[in-house]
Design a protein around this ligand. Sequence first.
Ligand code: SF4
Length: 141
Amino acid sequence: MGLRKWGRKKSPWILHVPTGGCNGCDIEIVAALTPRFDVERLGILQVASPRHADILMVTGPVTQQIRDRLKRLYELVPKPVAVIGVGTCTISGGVFAGSYAVTGPLDQVIPVDVYVPGCPPRPQAIIHGVAKALEKLEKMK
Ligand code: SF4
């Protein structure tokens, strides 16, 4: 196993990208990161730069305003990358899907590897989504 692949498996770094949801999913991601669930003890870190990320964790329906920035962030992340859609908005586009303001759901904008359903999903489900994404990353070259 190459060093990069080993590092990803042992300590995946995540870029969290909100795309216009209600922030309910974002709060649950914060709960997963902070001491109650404390995923940092497992080596799962949130990073601020797409250049450092192994996983893109996206919330929200993808509004018109954020679509191009989301595409740009996806381009900037080193490949292969796993994309996790957190919350029902990423799956369906949310309650305003089809309106002029929403260009999602997420898979209309970037490829998605794992969905975590729920409105919002619990931190345990989000952590399970990360485990699924790691399985996918391992299979990618
Ligand atoms: S899935 Fe639910 S909690 Fe998450 S951003 Fe959409 S409306 Fe908010």
